[in-house]
Design a protein around this ligand. Structure first.
Ligand SMILES: NC(=O)c1ccc[n+]([C@@H]2O[C@H](COP(=O)([O-])OP(=O)(O)OC[C@H]3O[C@@H](n4cnc5c(N)ncnc54)[C@H](O)[C@@H]3O)[C@@H](O)[C@H]2O)c1
Length: 339
């Protein structure tokens, strides 16, 4: 039987996560080839292309989209460019995987979803936690009715410290748009069928109080009320000195599921100092299997046309609506309703 030709995938944005996704396609997926890379920064695409043996590099997105035979594209540009690039890719008829956040306003989100729908192309968004084994099994337990009706839900993101980035180079509200957006998607996904109706958010610069006056925020706690009566809490901090700590929990009428572990593995060291574990230090180590599974699923979706089971543009819009309500809540110090 003739072997099916691997799909041709292109990468837009050869920065930190784009390089990792490019490597995943080129080295870790069997049914896809990375065939073209686009990045407007001089040399960025060619540097990655050389490492991954990719022949075609572009600095212009329109030229990239005209590359012959592209089946799908991965968008990993900074967030503010996502919608425009996504719409361009949809209009070129390409299947789309877009990093989170898909958009920064609801109008942009609607435009992105409409463009993909009009073009009839699949649109998957990079909420990779759904592909992590513990989180996937947690959701399966909820679907199987094992915890009854969800009542209290938690999700937290603590980025590994020490925090070394320059706060002046981080866009305002990043903690909601780019960090907690993962938690908002997780909370909505772990509470299937429920709709978030009300948000209260408290946020501050506790890691870098010297940047507080410029509006920088590195620590936040959010409560979300859902229309099924359940209440969720999300929290984030940019500097967990002990590692990259991602956890979730759903407590319901029949029990509880917990997900996530900052320990790298079950290897535990017992020595003269006591008992210790190594911890995750990078997202790309912690979630390598989830990141790979989400792109493997994207490739399967291109083949089958079936996007169900993957985070969609509509899911990205729902998570964004929570993020926007949080921003409003911090500004006004009030509870904010989600329309
Ligand atoms: N899912 C995750 O766990 C995860 C992790 C990291 C980053 N991200 C998301 O991925 C996106 C990129 O983050 P990053 O850390 O890789 O950023 P980055 O700044 O390291 O890389 C962005 C790259 O995009 C390029 N670029 C800028 N404008 C472009 C355009 N119009 N077209 C093509 N390329 C363009 C830049 O030159 C740069 O090389 C962000 O939205 C971020 O939130 C997601």
């Amino acid at each position: 039987m003739p072997k099916t030709k691997p799909l041709s995938i292109g990468l837009i944005g050869a920065g930190r996560i784009g390089s990792f996704h490019g490597e995943t396609v080129a080295r870790r997926l069997v049914d896809a080839d990375l065939v073209a890379i686009a990045d407007p920064a001089p040399g960025a695409a060619s540097k990655l292309a050389e490492k991954l043996d990719v022949d075609a590099v572009y600095t212009d997105i329109a030229d990239f989209l005209a590359h012959p035979g592209l089946d799908g594209v991965i968008i990993a540009t900074p967030a503010r460019f996502h919608t425009n690039v996504l719409v361009q890719a949809a209009e070129a008829g390409k299947a789309i995987f877009c990093e989170k956040p898909m958009a920064l306003t609801l109008e942009e989100a609607d435009r992105a979803v409409a463009a993909a729908r009009a073009a009839g192309v699949p649109l998957q968004v990079g909420f990779n936690r759904r592909w992590d084994q513990a989180f996937a099994e947690g959701r399966a337990a909820i679907d199987a009715g094992k915890i009854g009706t969800p009542q209290l839900i938690r999700s937290l993101t603590r980025d590994p410290g020490p925090f070394g980035a320059d706060p002046d180079k981080i866009p305002l509200w990043t903690i909601f748009y780019e960090t907690l957006i993962h938690d908002f998607d997780t909370l909505l996904w772990l509470n299937p069928g429920a709709r978030p109706v009300e948000v209260y958010a408290a946020a501050d610069a506790l890691v870098r109080p010297d940047s507080r006056s410029k509006g920088f925020l590195d620590t936040a706690v959010v409560t979300i009320r859902f229309d099924n009566g359940s209440v969720a809490v999300a929290e984030a901090n940019f500097s967990a000195l002990y590692g990259y700590d991602i956890r979730g929990e759903v407590f319901g009428s029949g029990g509880m599921v917990t997900m996530g572990d900052v320990r790298r593995s079950s290897m535990t060291l017992f020595d003269a100092e006591g008992v210790s574990n190594d911890t995750w230090r990078r997202d790309t180590d912690h979630f390598i299997h989830g990141y790979t599974a989400q792109l493997a699923s994207f490739v399967r979706t291109i083949r089958s046309g079936d996007i169900s089971g993957s985070p969609s543009g509509a899911d990205a819009r729902n998570a964004l609506a929570v993020a926007l309500a949080c921003i409003e809540s911090v500004k006004t110090k009030t509870v904010v309703s989600i329309a």
